[in-house]
Write a protein that binds this ligand. Structure first.
Ligand SMILES: Cc1ncc(COP(=O)(O)O)c(C=O)c1O
Length: 359
């Protein structure tokens, strides 16, 4: 692959720090994990951050901390990664699938309003591809029904909604630290953010076998963070604002190079600071474009080729549903490389292929 869809950041300083951790003989939940949590809280503007083993385990811990289980419903957008849905299902909650806005591809508050009832205990908006979901509308609807709002910010480190960092707007939020995200580690990782002391306390003990003050208080998990990933995360967090600016610059270049052809470019709503984890366009010629990109050695991704309601395991659970916008998106979307280590000429090369297919 000549131009990759995502690129991990590797430098000598990080390698040296990893060697220091190895020499320290302290590998799990030590001073680097604490320092990373503090710095991340400072960056997002929340009181508590809790580093865990992945984005998916973040959501499981949050749902357990909110005592969500059988008899409860959880509202999730239909157009997202399976993890947003699966963790609630595993705890016995029933999913309510919400359609999305065609332009932002995030949860549609009008559809949420139609489908809300008092059994919905949590609403999980996803800041998809780095674009913030419409939080004011979602928070208002959730409040009316007494539901928690959990922000899925797995793809949106540093994105802002009306000037506020996502992950610090709802009751609780979480981020994935998978290497392809806006900031990541060398392996799996996740981090939970909240201003709520009780939620923070519960997830902290649940991620460590239910232990609090040296005693086992409830049945928990082993979803702790490790010190090697903490030194990597401390470094990548430093670069995050600059990398997001570069992603935005690359998006601007695409906007310039791809104007006037028959595709839909990503939208940035007036309330949004979009951080382009992926540059997802909509086209009627996706197969042809994918073939050409592959031929030219350019990485691409199709997220998501199946909306959640079309998965057999989901149909078995909630039956056939109609979610037309999400359906349409699943047929049209394709994500192009936009990561911070691309040059202007890389963006030009990708754009040329897109233009050729659409001319
Ligand atoms: C929207 C969304 N939610 C949740 C996750 C889960 O994160 P992780 O892969 O760190 O478990 C991802 C990961 O890609 C994601 O994209």
């Amino acid at each position: 692959m000549k131009i990759r869809l995502a690129e991990p950041y590797i430098d000598e300083k990080i390698k040296r720090k990893i060697l220091d951790v190895i020499d320290s003989k302290h590998y799990v939940e030590g001073r680097y994990t604490r320092e990373f949590e503090e710095k991340f809280s400072g960056y997002i503007g929340v009181r508590y951050s809790i580093a865990v083993s992945s984005g998916t385990s973040s959501l499981l811990l949050i749902l357990r901390a909110l005592d969500i289980g059988p008899g409860d419903k959880v509202a999730v957008p239909d157009f997202t990664f399976i993890a947003t849905l699966s963790q609630g299902v595993l705890l016995g909650a029933k999913p309510v699938l919400i359609d999305v806005d065609y332009e932002t591809m995030c949860m549609d508050p009008d559809d949420l309003k139609k489908k809300m009832d008092y059994k919905v205990k949590a609403v999980i908006p996803v800041h998809l591809f780095g674009h913030p979901a419409p939080m004011d509308e979602i928070l208002e609807i959730a409040k009316e029904y007494g539901a928690y709002v959990i922000e899925d910010a797995a793809q949106a480190h540093g994105a802002k909604y009306k000037g506020r960092y996502v992950g610090g707007i709802g009751d609780v939020g979480y981020f994935s630290l998978y290497p392809s995200k806006n900031m990541g580690v060398y392996g799996e990782g996740g981090i939970i953010t909240t201003n709520d002391e009780e939620i923070a306390r519960r997830v902290r003990r649940l991620k460590n076998h239910g232990v609090e003050d040296g005693e086992i208080k409830e049945f928990g998990y082993n979803m702790k963070f490790n010190e090697i990933n903490a030194v990597v995360a401390l470094e990548t967090l430093k670069y995050l604002p600059e990398w997001n600016e570069r992603r935005r610059r690359n998006a601007e270049l695409y906007r310039e190079y791809l104007s006037g052809i028959d595709i839909r470019l990503p939208t940035q709503r007036e309330y949004a600071y979009h951080v382009y984890n992926l540059y997802t366009i909509k086209t009627g010629r996706r197969d042809e474009l994918a073939k050409e990109l592959k031929k030219e050695g350019i990485g691409y991704g199709i997220y998501y080729d199946k909306p959640l309601h079309k998965l057999e395991i989901v149909k078995e659970l909630i039956g056939e549903k109609s979610l037309p916008v999400s359906d349409k998106l699943s047929r049209e979307v394709i994500s192009l490389p936009v990561h911070p280590f691309l040059s202007q000429s890389d963006i030009e090369k990708v754009s040329k292929v897109v233009k050729k297919v659409h001319s």
